[in-house]
Design a protein around this ligand. Structure first.
Ligand SMILES: NC(=O)c1ccc[n+]([C@@H]2O[C@H](COP(=O)([O-])OP(=O)(O)OC[C@H]3O[C@@H](n4cnc5c(N)ncnc54)[C@H](OP(=O)(O)O)[C@@H]3O)[C@@H](O)[C@H]2O)c1
Length: 327
């Protein structure tokens, strides 16, 4: 048996209940993992509210770290007793122990703690593909400016540090002066408080009127229009989330008028569709974390039983960096 957080219908944080669930043996291609820490992500909110709908009942959670208890037939990269961490579909990480597909579960290097593993897999692999794979047509070189919204958040603080390690000049936005300072402390070259400043005007000022090569936008509805005004010609709008609500439909002609822009909307789950791709990205992440270029900042911890409060704080923009739930 395992304690697990489930919803019976889409809705607010109050829909999440801790229940006892039966956990069986892993089938072919599966493992059973006992969690030491579980990651909290904004995607959990979308799945809870129904913005990303799922059949009910739904056990939430996409990220965790712990010890492998058993492996199913055909699993060769893990064995019982291994320390492991993952970001993965299907949801179900909000629990003590679960059976899940082994494909996205990676052995966790000894130098990385369970808490750090749970705090970094989904967010860190996302920062990895954004900075290294979602590339503008003109490429990215050290010294280039990029704009990253919600820079003091979970994905944001990892991106600030990784961008600095790559030599990029990341302009971060955040909703308060304290969050802006946090982004600067973590490697952002500039920070803009978009709650009170016109961020498009500030980006033009910082870049001497040129604009940035890429905007990484996970805020969505509230930042979309102005974000397009931050790009230089042939720049890339990399939309990857909807914290303020989904981006409304737009006319492609707008992209021509604003400088022959490109738009991409990617998800981590396309990038980690194979074991090989997942491991290659994870190895890259493990190297920058173990090497000290990226420090995973866990700014909030909640017992699993207090998951409702964790969601409320995340949605109310009260959190910074990563948040973990402890089973
Ligand atoms: N597509 C992908 O592959 C992928 C993967 C991982 C994450 N994501 C997306 O990346 C974003 C960051 O994820 P995360 O888990 O690290 O969360 P997070 O950044 O720690 O939290 C979201 C942040 O968004 C900002 N925000 C702006 N408007 C908001 C609003 N109306 N309501 C709530 N927050 C608002 C807040 O920062 P400020 O107060 O500073 O504005 C808030 O702290 C999310 O949108 C998530 O869905 C996408």
């Amino acid at each position: 048996m395992s304690k697990a957080v489930r919803i019976e219908r889409h809705g607010g944080p109050q829909e999440m209940r801790v229940v006892d669930v039966q956990v069986g043996e892993p089938g072919p291609g599966e493992v059973r993992i006992r969690h030491y820490a579980v990651g909290l992500n904004f995607i959990d909110v979308y799945q809870r509210t129904g913005l990303y709908p799922f059949p009910m009942p739904l056990q939430l959670g996409m990220e965790g770290a712990g010890v492998i208890e058993a492996v199913g037939e055909g699993v060769t990269h893990l064995r019982a007793g291994d320390r492991a961490a993952y970001a993965s579909n299907p949801p179900g990480a909000y629990c003590e122990v679960r059976v899940m597909p082994a494909q996205c579960v990676c052995r966790l290097p000894d130098a990385i703690s369970f808490e750090t593993g749970a705090a970094m897999m989904l967010k860190g692999l996302t920062a990895q593909y954004l900075l290294k794979k979602a590339r503008p047509v003109e490429g990215l070189e050290p010294g280039d400016h990029v704009l990253f919204h919600a820079a003091a958040g979970g994905v944001g603080l990892i991106a600030c540090q990784w961008a600095r390690a790559l030599g990029l000049r990341l302009i971060g936005t955040a909703g308060s002066d304290a969050k802006c300072q946090l982004a600067l402390d973590n490697g952002a070259a500039h920070a803009i408080n978009y709650a009170r400043e016109d961020f498009a005007a500030r980006v033009k000022e910082i870049t001497g009127g040129k604009g940035v090569k890429v905007v990484y936008d996970s805020v969505g509805k509230d930042t979309w229009d102005q974000s397009l005004d931050c790009l230089r010609p042939f720049g890339l709008m990399a939309s990857f989330g909807n914290a303020s609500g989904p981006v409304p439909p737009f006319a492609p002609g707008l992209l021509g008028a604003k400088g022959s822009l490109y738009v991409t909307r990617q998800t981590l789950f396309s990038h980690i569709a194979t074991r090989e791709a997942t491991q290659a990205m994870a190895d890259d992440l493990f190297a920058v974390v173990a090497g000290g270029q990226v420090n995973i900042r866990i700014a909030q911890r909640y017992p699993l039983a207090e998951v409702q409060q964790a969601h409320r704080d995340l949605e109310a923009r009260k959190t910074t960096g990563s948040t973990i739930l402890t089973p």
